[in-house]
Design a protein around this ligand. Structure first.
Ligand code: ADP
Ligand code: MG
Length: 242
């Protein structure tokens, strides 16, 4: 089943044409990694998938529902399409568990007891059961990012978007976050991941997409794309990052 359909997506900021006609289908349970140089439009693309950006033209359908339509309930879209950012954006004055239960309680009216029970399950899943009462400032970057993932998952999303989730982390903490993402992929979550972690892309992605200047230049299964890139621009990019 197709989970995400992107049709002729264009996004401009004033005169800056950032996304120039992107079309792609992403299947349920598929893990797609997006690679490309800084400023090529990767974050903008992700943000269009949950309407954090209004698109200039084209369509984005999630499970056949056009999220670009004025009639679509944007809050429901954001619940169904979770997003994890480079900077964790946890609420600093709330404990770990409070950070996680806030969304389900406010947006979905889940009773506190129930939200806490689910939060504890999720904390177990990301390996942070002991930290439920801790405050974000006392956590390492890797721990904060795992809380951010748990918080996103608490909304029971159908799709998870990750925008360079490990780029702000000290190297020794990258692995623990990638491990949680790998587990999520294994459980069948549909994931779109902007990353510079080529090892993760090789191991976990079903498909890797190389974006340059707002266009999909090349896409393929990871081994093909990394070992046998067809486009000169892909070759040039990979020669710099691999
Ligand atoms: P990437 O994530 O690949 O580094 P971005 O999607 O963040 O690239 O940015 C692509 C281009 O869009 C850049 O030229 C950036 O300056 C521009 N851009 C991104 N967000 C905004 C915004 N909110 N307002 C104006 N320009 C933006
Ligand atoms: Mg970016």
């Amino acid at each position: 089943m197709t989970m995400i359909q992107v049709r002729n997506l264009m996004k401009s900021f004033g005169e800056n044409h950032v996304l120039k006609d992107i079309s792609i289908d992403i299947a349920e349970k598929e893990v797609v990694c997006i690679i490309g140089a800084s400023g090529s439009g990767k974050s903008t693309f992700l943000r269009c998938l949950n309407r954090l950006e209004d698109i200039t033209s084209g369509h984005v359908l999630i499970e056949n529902v056009d999220i670009t339509s004025k009639k679509t309930n944007i809050n429901k879209v954001r619940q169904e399409v979770g997003m994890v950012f480079q900077h964790f954006n946890l609420f600093p004055h709330k404990s770990v568990i409070e950070n996680i239960i806030l969304g389900p309680m406010k947006a979905r009216g889940v009773p506190k007891i129930e939200a806490e029970q689910q939060a504890r399950e999720l904390l177990g899943k990301v390996g942070l059961s002991e930290k439920e009462k801790a405050y974000p400032a006392s956590l390492s970057g890797g721990q904060k990012q795992r809380v951010a993932i748990a918080r996103s998952l608490a909304m029971n999303p159908k799709i998870m978007l990750f925008d360079e989730p490990t780029s702000a982390l000290d190297p020794e903490m990258v692995g623990e976050v990638l491990q949680v993402m790998k587990q999520l992929a294994k459980e069948g979550m549909t994931m779109v991941v902007v990353t510079h972690e080529m090892g993760f892309a090789k191991e976990v992605a079903d498909r890797v997409i190389y974006i340059d200047e707002g266009l999909i230049v090349e896409e393929n299964e990871p081994l093909q794309l990394f070992n046998n890139p067809q486009n000169e621009r892909t070759k040039a990019f990979l020669s710099k990052v691999l």
